[in-house]
Structure formats: structure tokens, C-alpha cells
Design a binder for this molecule. Structure first.
Ligand code: AVJ
Length: 336
């Protein structure tokens, strides 16, 4: 297949909402719902405003946050094997859900380019800025790779791909992002992904594995306090975008690991009894002293759990790739 690499393909922007509601209205609704619960709860997807994304970049470079380095090692030490699998049946679309800066995926892209594999790269991300930056950086670093960036939510992007691209697909869902979902939601998420794929397609999913509790705990409660900042930034975002009146130093970050369930949970705890007004919602929320807001779950898995999860959703394990210490796995599934 001949590709014209000098042609700049415009990015596909699926981020505009069809139903007339704004992102801000959805944020306000979710915050209002979450803070009205008996056990207060805020969705972790709202961590990632500009400041939050920067803090997450910092987290990935922390000595305690082993996940990113471990997955990088998995990719680096298995790139030949992974890429020859991907490319074993002709042309494919490499679809990167939540691509961001594609730091890890670039290892595969370089390998695939070196192998002269027939593919194009379809990074998907809700951040238009990130997709523009990634397209530009790939244009200089790997001009031989055809790139079609998509701005939008995962399922909108997958639906667009299903309707517009008939060729084989390899979907990447990296970085233990699956770990943020509750069990039921992870099943629904993977079943949805499966519904946009066909026999012969593949999924490569990055998962953090069960390990010594102290190691996990430190990854979410680092000495420099960056994770605490990241968690508290959610309140800062509510203040800025919704006119909230949270006083940040009247809350603290608290993280705890449950080894029975394999779940790392993060909270913001009110240090005293207080009322917090949020202008955009026009409501005041009461906090008792030591009352918590649950902000995030990060699941750690046994490979057997991942195998069962895959089976429930129409995926069979083809290969499990590990780092040397078996802290992290990238699991290659085929569509069953
Ligand atoms: C981006 C969801 C994989 O759960 O490890 C890092 C986010 N939260 N430190 C994770 C996160 C606190 C991260 N994921």
C-alpha cells in the first residue's frame, strides 16, 4: 500500500457535543451529585484540567510512581515480539485510547517503522492541544508514520472508526487507566470496546499487578507531596470553574490500599467542620470534621482476574508481557 506522507491529514474533531449541554454543565451536575451523597464522591476523570495534567506528568516522573517506568520497560524489552504480532496479517490501524504525549507508544511506532509495517497511527484523546502537539512531534520525529489524530471521547472515536475504517484494528489502552473503573464499569467499558471490533482485531491493555502493599501505597502518597497536590487540585478546579469556595489547606490527601480487593483508594478529608458554597450550583455543602470525599480508585490485578475480565467481554489472552520484576503487565488480547 502506497502512502503519501507529505500530505497533512487534518485531525478529526468529534469533541463537540450534539445535545446542547456544555462540559461545564456536566461538571457542575457531577459535582452536585457527588457532594450530595451520604458518602461524598467525586469522579476521578475531572483531575485532568491543564494543571492536573501537568501534575500527572510530574507524578509519572516520581521515584515512587513505578507504573510508568515499569510499562516503559515492558514495551522496550518486548517491542519486537509485540510489533511482529500486530503486523502479522497486513495493514492495521493502531488506535491509542488516551494517547496523551504517546511517550510509551513511540517505542512501538519506531519499531513498526523500522520493520516497515503497513499501518497508520490513530491517537485518540479528549485534549485537542495534546493531539496537535503529538501530531507535530510525530511529523518531525517519525515522518514516515501516517498519523490520523482523533479528538474526542473513546466511544465516539471507536464508532467513527467502525463507520469509516474497515481495516484491521489494534487498540491500545495503556497506563493502567482501566484501574480507575469500578469492576462493573470496567466490564461495561471493555464490552463496549468489543462491540466496535471484529474477529482478528486485538487489544493491548496495560494493567498494574498485585504486589507488596507498601510499594503501592507509596506510589499514591509520595514524599514530595505531588500526588496530594494532584488530588487537591480537584477542589481548586471546582473553585475556578464552578465558583467554589473550598479552602485547600482545610482538606488533606489520604490514600489507603486494600490488599483483599486489590484497590488503592484516594480521599480528601475535611480537617474541620465547615460549609463550602459553590456559586455555579448555588448550594452550600456541609462537611463534618474528618468527613471524607472519595476521589479515586486504582485497581491492582492478578493475571487471572484480567483473564476472567477479558472472557466476560469477548477477549481472549494471546500473550502477557511483563517487566522483569513483574510489577506491571501489558496483556495482548484477541477478539473472540
Ligand atoms: C492515570 C489512572 C493510571 O491510577 O495510577 C496517579 C492516576 N492517580 N496517581 C493511576 C493517578 C494518582 C493513574 N492513572
Amino acid at each position: 500500500m502506497e502512502e503519501l506522507h507529505t500530505t497533512l491529514t487534518p485531525m478529526i474533531d468529534l469533541s463537540r457535543k450534539q445535545d446542547g449541554t456544555s462540559d461545564l454543565a456536566a461538571f457542575a451536575k457531577d459535582v452536585a451529585e457527588g457532594l450530595s451523597l451520604k458518602r461524598k464522591d467525586l469522579p476521578s476523570r475531572y483531575f485532568y484540567d491543564k494543571k492536573g495534567s501537568q501534575l500527572f506528568q510530574q507524578i509519572m516522573n516520581l521515584p515512587e510512581y513505578y507504573l510508568t517506568r515499569a510499562e516503559h520497560e515492558v514495551f522496550y524489552s518486548n517491542k519486537e515480539a509485540m510489533c511482529s504480532r500486530f503486523a502479522d496479517a497486513g495493514f492495521f490501524h493502531l488506535i491509542d485510547l488516551g494517547a496523551g504525549d504517546a511517550y510509551k507508544t513511540k517505542i512501538l511506532l519506531r519499531q513498526l517503522a523500522q520493520q516497515n509495517a503497513a499501518f497508520d497511527y490513530v491517537p485518540v484523546d479528549i485534549s485537542g492541544d495534546a493531539m496537535q502537539e503529538l501530531s507535530n512531534s510525530l511529523q518531525t520525529e517519525l515522518p514516515e508514520v501516517a498519523v490520523q489524530a482523533v479528538i474526542g471521547e473513546y466511544f465516539k472515536a471507536l464508532q467513527w472508526l467502525q463507520e469509516n475504517k474497515s481495516e484491521r484494528k489494534v487498540v491500545l489502552f495503556l497506563g493502567s487507566n482501566i484501574g480507575n473503573f469500578e469492576k462493573q464499569d470496567s466490564i461495561a467499558f471493555l464490552q463496549s470496546i468489543r462491540s466496535y471490533l471484529s474477529t482478528g482485531d486485538r487489544l493491548l491493555m496495560g494493567v498494574d499487578l498485585r504486589k507488596e502493599p507498601e510499594i503501592i501505597l507509596q506510589a499514591y502518597d509520595d514524599a514530595a507531596g505531588v500526588t496530594a497536590e494532584f488530588n487537591l487540585n480537584l477542589l481548586r478546579r471546582i473553585n475556578r470553574e464552578l465558583g467554589g469556595e473550598f479552602i485547600l489547606d482545610q482538606f488533606r490527601h489520604y490514600a489507603i490500599y486494600n490488599p483483599l480487593e486489590g484497590v488503592m483508594r484516594s480521599f480528601l478529608i475535611s480537617l474541620k467542620e465547615q460549609d463550602v458554597y459553590i456559586k455555579e450550583i448555588d448550594k452550600t455543602y456541609h462537611f463534618k470534621a474528618w468527613e471524607a470525599i472519595h476521589t479515586e480508585n486504582s485497581h491492582k490485578y492478578f493475571i487471572q482476574e484480567i483473564e476472567e475480565l477479558g472472557k466476560l467481554c469477548g477477549f481472549n489472552i494471546e500473550t502477557v508481557y511483563h517487566d522483569q520484576e513483574k510489577r506491571f503487565a501489558d496483556v495482548l488480547f484477541t477478539v473472540s
